[in-house]
Design a protein around this ligand. Structure first.
Ligand SMILES: Cc1cc2nc3c(=O)[nH]c(=O)nc-3n(C[C@H](O)[C@H](O)[C@H](O)COP(=O)(O)O)c2cc1C
Length: 257
């Protein structure tokens, strides 16, 4: 018959793939203090208009990094606009994605027009410029919906500098820029108002300010001073950072046999 202490060990112990047992010590705050509401409300997005769904996305998927995307039209006119539906995808090949939504009339934003492959009417290239707090206001200015082929570089005052491998300029004031070639554009609901579009780009060059990246390719987060987007017009800095142990170590466990 099992004694009480053994039962407790059994409840908390996990077998790792290499046959080791992860111990039962849990020196972290009890989970019941983290559950905000045992009966949360359920929202069916299909019952909401797209504008309300959008609020749930931008308020709930936070904080989001901001890609300040520069592109160029087939006629050679530069374009600049921020996109916070943005993330890294993988490192082999080195790939990022960002998501320029369709306009309320279902047409493409200028950036999407430009970054589409040549077979779809674009130039197939773009640069993602990381946004530090120092250029936050100018980044936000670049979100002004100017007419197609009117440069937001000039409008925002940000400085265009020639890229190494792609035609669109990078932003001189950005500490870190990713030069990208479009691999694919995925449209979730082609031509529909406010629908999503995913631009997958292969990073073909990384331009970093002196001192930003060390010899082991670690990026200096303090120097980068990136900002993130919350809901609406709210942003956050990345100055309050902390480390967490990972996996079993996060529970204070030691591997033991
Ligand atoms: C911080 C920030 C993040 C934004 N993120 C997105 C986004 O992820 N997707 C999108 O479609 N629009 C986003 N916008 C709005 C676009 O920047 C805006 O529609 C812009 O006019 C598009 O420019 P374009 O027509 O030159 O491409 C964002 C605006 C700001 C200020």
């Amino acid at each position: 018959m099992q004694t009480e202490p053994q039962a407790a060990t059994k409840n908390f112990a996990f077998q790792s793939p290499n046959g080791m047992v992860l111990g039962p010590v849990l020196p972290i705050s009890p989970l019941d203090s983290c559950v905000p509401d045992p009966t949360p409300s359920f929202i069916d997005p299909l019952l909401l208009p797209p504008a309300e769904r959008y609020k749930l996305l931008i308020g709930g998927v936070v904080p989001r990094p901001i890609a300040l995307v520069s592109s160029i039209s087939p006629n050679g006119v530069p374009n600049l606009a921020p996109f916070s539906f943005f993330c890294g995808v993988g490192s082999n090949p080195m790939t990022v994605l960002f998501c320029p939504a369709s306009k309320p009339d279902g047409s493409d934003k200028d950036t999407l027009r430009n970054v589409c492959p040549a077979s779809e009417g674009g130039t197939g290239e773009f640069v993602v410029n990381v946004v530090s707090e120092a250029i936050g206001l100018r980044m936000s200015a670049a979100a002004e919906p100017l007419a197609y082929e009117t440069s937001e570089f000039e409008f925002s005052g940000l400085t265009p500098v020639a890229s190494v491998k792609v035609r669109p300029h990078r932003v001189a004031e950005s500490f870190l820029s990713f030069e990208c070639r479009t691999r694919q554009v995925i449209r979730t609901n082609p031509g529909a108002p406010d629908s999503g579009n995913i631009v997958l780009g292969e990073v073909v060059g990384v331009v970093a300010a002196a001192g930003l990246i060390n010899e082991r390719h670690h990026v200096d987060a303090a120097m980068l001073d990136a900002i993130g987007r919350m809901g609406g017009n709210t942003y956050c800095t990345t100055r309050e950072r902390f480390d967490l142990p990972r996996g079993a170590a996060a529970l204070g466990n030691k591997l033991r046999d």
